[in-house]
Design a protein around this ligand. Structure first.
Ligand code: PMP
Length: 450
C-alpha cells in the first residue's frame, strides 16, 4: 500500500503516572526495546474482533471460518512485511522470538561433526537454544561489533560443516545493525544457511529476506509482535518451505495430524505441523494489524523519524557529565554515517545503574530498563568484564554468595517518542549527576530498587 504521512498513533502516549511525591506527570516511555504499547489501530481491531473470534481450522460456524480466514491471511501479511511469498516460505506462528528460535534449534538436525555458529552479541534467546547443540560463538571486535574475520575463519575452519549461522539484525544493547547482506554472502559462500533474529530490527527498519537461493538472501527470520506495537503472545518464524520437511515438530497434539489410527499417524505438513493446539488467533490478528499499519505508513518513514530523534538524543546525552554511552560510532551516526537504532546503553560515573533507573521512574516519570538486558556476554564485553571475573561471579552465585552484577541503563526509542521525551530523560540525568535525588530507595522483596 502507498505510504501516507499520518504517523500511526500509539495508545497510552498521554497516560499520566504518579511520582514519589504523589504528583502526576505524563509517562515517558523509553523502553521500546523491551516492548511497545499497541497502535490505536490495533486496539480497534482487537476490540472489533472480540465479538467474532472463534476456533481456527476446527469449527464449521461462520465465526470459525472468519477467524480461520483472518489467521491465514495474517501469514500473507507477515510475508509481505519481510519481503517474501508463500511460494517459497512458510510462516509459523509462535508466542515470541524466543519460541521461534527454540523451534528453529529443535528443528535444526545436525549430522555428526556439523555445527551452528552464533555470536557473542546475541540476546539469550538467540544464544541459549544453540548452546544445547554443537556450536561455536563468533567473537566481537574490541569496540563491540561482530568480528567478520572471526566468522570467516570459523566458516573456513569447519569447511562445509557449518549448517547454520544465526545472528541478530540489530542489537538490543547498542542498537548496532549487522551488515546482513555481507554476512549472508559470507555464510552462503560457505554452504551454510542464515537465520536472523529480527526482534529488534523489524520495529524500526524495513527488512527483506530477498530472493531465496541468492547469495545475499536471509533464509530464516524470527520476530515478536509485542515489540511491533501489538500485544504479547504472538510472534513469527519465517522459514523456507522445505526446511521443516523432515524431522519432528517441537510440540504435537491437536491440528498436527491428518489421521491417527491404531497403527500410526499421518502427520500434517507445513505450519499445521508446527502449531499444535488452539493458536492465539487474537494475538496473530492483532500483530497482522500492526504490520499492515506500519507498512501503510512506510518503514522508511518510521526510520526517518527515529533516526532524527536518535541524533538528537546522542547530542543531548553528551551534555550529561560522567555519562558513558556504550557501543562504537555514535559520532558517525551524528555526521550521517553508519545508521543506528535509538537504543542507548549508558552508565553514569559514581551512580549505580539500577538507582539511575529507579530515580528516572520515581522522580521524573521516565520508564527505562537497567541490568544486562538478557545479553550477559555482550554487556560484559562492553563493560570490559574479563571471562575470569565473570566465571568467578557465576561460582559465587552458585554458592549463594552476594555478587555485584555488572549492568547499564538502557533508554530506547520508538515511534511515539518526541524530542520532549529525550529532554525529560536528560533533565533527570543531569539532576542525578548534581546529586538532586529526592526520594529514598530500597530493595523490595523481588530485589528491585524502589
Ligand atoms: N532477540 C532480541 C534481539 C531481543 O531484543 C529480544 C527481546 N528483548 C528477543 C530476542 C526476545 O524476544 P521475546 O522476549 O519476545 O521472545
Amino acid at each position: 500500500q502507498k505510504a501516507t504521512n499520518v504517523r500511526p498513533r500509539v495508545v497510552g502516549s498521554r497516560t499520566e503516572v504518579p511520582l514519589w511525591n504523589g504528583e502526576r506527570v505524563r509517562y515517558v516511555n523509553l523502553d521500546s526495546a523491551a516492548s511497545t504499547p499497541p497502535l490505536a489501530k490495533v486496539r480497534q481491531v482487537v476490540d472489533e474482533f472480540a465479538s467474532w473470534y472463534s476456533s481456527v481450522h476446527r469449527g464449521a460456524g461462520y465465526k470459525s471460518r472468519l477467524s480461520t480466514y483472518l489467521y491465514e491471511n495474517a501469514r500473507d501479511v507477515v510475508m509481505r512485511f519481510v519481503g517474501t511469498t508463500p511460494r517459497t516460505h512458510v510462516v509459523v506462528f509462535v508466542r515470541n522470538t524466543t519460541e521461534a528460535l527454540n523451534l528453529l534449534a529443535h528443528r535444526t538436525l545436525l549430522e555428526e561433526d556439523e555445527l551452528v555458529l552464533c555470536t557473542k552479541m546475541e540476546h539469550h534467546s538467540n544464544l541459549l537454544p544453540w548452546l544445547r547443540k554443537p556450536h561455536e560463538v563468533v567473537q566481537l571486535t574490541e569496540d563491540g561489533r561482530v568480528d567478520m574475520d572471526d566468522l570467516k575463519q570459523r566458516l573456513e575452519r569447519h569447511k562445509g560443516k557449518v549448517k547454520l549461522v544465526t545472528i541478530s539484525a540489530a542489537s538490543n544493547v547498542t542498537g548496532l545493525m549487522a551488515d546482513i547482506k555481507a554476512v549472508a554472502r559470507l555464510v552462503h559462500a560457505h554452504g551454510a544457511k542464515l537465520a536472523v533474529d529480527a526482534a529488534q530490527l523489524t520495529p524500526h527498519r524495513a527488512l527483506s529476506m530477498g530472493t531465496p537461493g541468492t547469495a545475499d538472501c536471509i533464509d530464516v527470520v524470527a520476530f515478536s509482535g509485542h515489540k511491533l506495537y501489538a500485544p504479547y503472545g504472538a510472534g513469527a518464524l519465517v522459514v523456507p518451505a522445505t526446511l521443516f520437511a523432515d524431522g519432528d515438530p517441537m510440540l504435537v497434539g491437536g491440528g498436527t495430524a491428518c489421521l491417527v489410527t491404531s497403527s500410526g499417524v499421518k502427520w500434517a505438513t507445513g505450519s499445521d505441523l508446527e502449531e499444535a493446539g488452539s493458536p492465539n488467533v487474537v494475538g496473530v490478528v492483532a500483530m497482522a494489524a500492526a504490520l499492515e499499519e506500519l507498512m501503510r505508513y512506510g518503514m522508511d518513514q518510521v526510520a526517518k523519524h527515529e533516526r532524527e530523534l536518535t541524533r538528537y538524543a546522542v547530542r543531548r546525552l553528551r551534555t550529561v557529565p560522567g555519562l558513558r554511552l556504550f557501543g562504537p560510532t555514535w559520532d558517525s551516526m551524528l555526521t550521517g554515517g553508519e545508521d543506528r537504532l535509538g537504543v542507548f546503553c549508558f552508565t553514569i560515573d559514581g551512580q549505580p545503574y539500577e538507582k539511575v533507573a529507579a530515580v528516572l521512574a520515581n522522580e521524573w516519570g521516565v520508564g527505562v530498563r537497567s541490568g544486562c538486558f538478557c545479553a550477559h556476554l555482550y554487556v560484559s564485553h562492553l563493560l570490559g568484564v574479563s571471562d575470569e571475573d565473570a566465571a568467578d561471579s557465576r561460582e559465587r552465585l552458585i554458592s549463594g554468595l552476594p555478587v555485584d552484577l555488572p549492568g547499564m541503563v538502557r533508554a530506547s526509542l520508538g515511534l511515539a517518542n518526541s524530542k520532549s521525551d529525550i529532554d525529560r530523560l536528560v533533565s533527570g540525568l543531569q539532576a542525578i549527576t548534581r546529586g538532586e535525588i529526592r526520594a529514598q530507595y530500597e530493595h523490595n522483596e523481588h530485589g528491585d530498587l524502589e
